[in-house]
Design a protein around this ligand. Structure first.
Ligand code: PAF
Length: 282
């Protein structure tokens, strides 16, 4: 497994592989890998001759009062997991390598970032779109895999790839959950035992919504009210948003559609957790 720390080395590595006729599959991450990331590597592995993992805690996707400085890291463990998953190269740049002095270019989208997490994280998706554009130009993958836990991020990447004509196939990996339903996330590491117990509220709220929709409830305000009450019945929880929306445009809906995205962000103690599911009525 090769470890490349500069853009020039990574680009040269990918160019060499492409010259040999090899295809490149790519999983971008911010490190502190868990089973969710490993599942993305497992999806990516058979999709290319080479499997590249990037680990970069991207400062431009964190707002001023967010957890950039606290973001967990364990590079040695990440490299061990990468090796086990059959990664052939790890791109591990530092901040100045990615954003040198005088850096001034940013990628932004008009509509998709206005919804869901974009409302309370106004700089987040611009930072994601910018760094993913850079990573695509550096790694030059044929296929890239992103988790569906960040549903809005995946929608934004798909839109960006279409709009900016990247010749890269985007694959979404299913959410991987703990036994009690909590979606895996590097941010779960911030939870105290009491908060960890409360963190099941998101997946339980999704289950409740699925049940209610199966029973025929279609009113989004009624559904959102019930989900919110369930979440607030757990200690140390604060709802950022619970929304039901169109899975393509992310526009909120008033009535449950044939396919409706339910997405939520909940502050549990200091951790802001997200979860989602697409509910089908048919
Ligand atoms: O999903 C993530 O871990 C990050 O947002 C990504 C895609 C690696 C960009 O920094």
């Amino acid at each position: 497994m090769d470890i490349l720390k500069t853009k020039a080395d990574m680009q040269a590595w990918s160019a060499r592989k492409k010259k040999q006729g090899k295809t490149i599959s790519f999983v971008p991450t911010m490190g502190y890998l868990h089973k969710g990331h490993v599942s993305l590597l497992d999806i990516g592995k058979p999709l290319g001759d080479e499997l590249v993992l990037s680990i970069f805690v991207n400062p431009t996707q964190f707002g001023p009062n967010e957890d950039l400085d606290a973001y967990p890291s364990n590079i040695q463990n990440d490299l061990n997991l990468a090796q086990q998953a059959g990664v052939t190269a790890v791109f591990l740049p530092d901040k100045t390598e990615m954003y040198g002095p005088g850096y001034q270019t940013h990628v932004s989208l008009d509509l998709l970032p206005q919804y869901l997490c974009g409302r309370s994280r106004p700089v987040h998706f611009g930072g994601v779109a910018t760094v993913v554009t850079k990573l695509f130009n550096i790694v030059m993958p044929d296929v890239a895999v992103f988790g569906k836990k960040d549903f809005q991020q995946l929608a934004i990447i798909r839109q960006m790839v279409k709009d900016l004509d990247f010749n890269i196939k985007i694959i979404g990996g299913e959410i991987i959950r703990e036994k009690d339903g909590l979606a895996m996330s590097s941010r779960n590491a911030y939870l105290t035992p009491a908060q960890r117990a409360s963190a099941v509220c998101l997946s339980q709220a999704i289950q409740l919504l699925k049940q209610k929709v199966a029973q025929g409830v279609r009113s989004v305000p009624d559904l959102a009210r019930e989900a919110k009450a369930l979440i607030l019945s757990f200690d140390q929880t604060r709802v950022d948003y619970i929304e039901l929306c169109d899975p393509k445009t992310l526009e909120p809906v008033e009535t449950v559609q044939a396919e409706t995205l339910v997405a939520m962000a909940v502050q549990v103690g200091k951790s802001r957790l997200i979860d989602n599911a697409v509910i089908k009525t048919a």
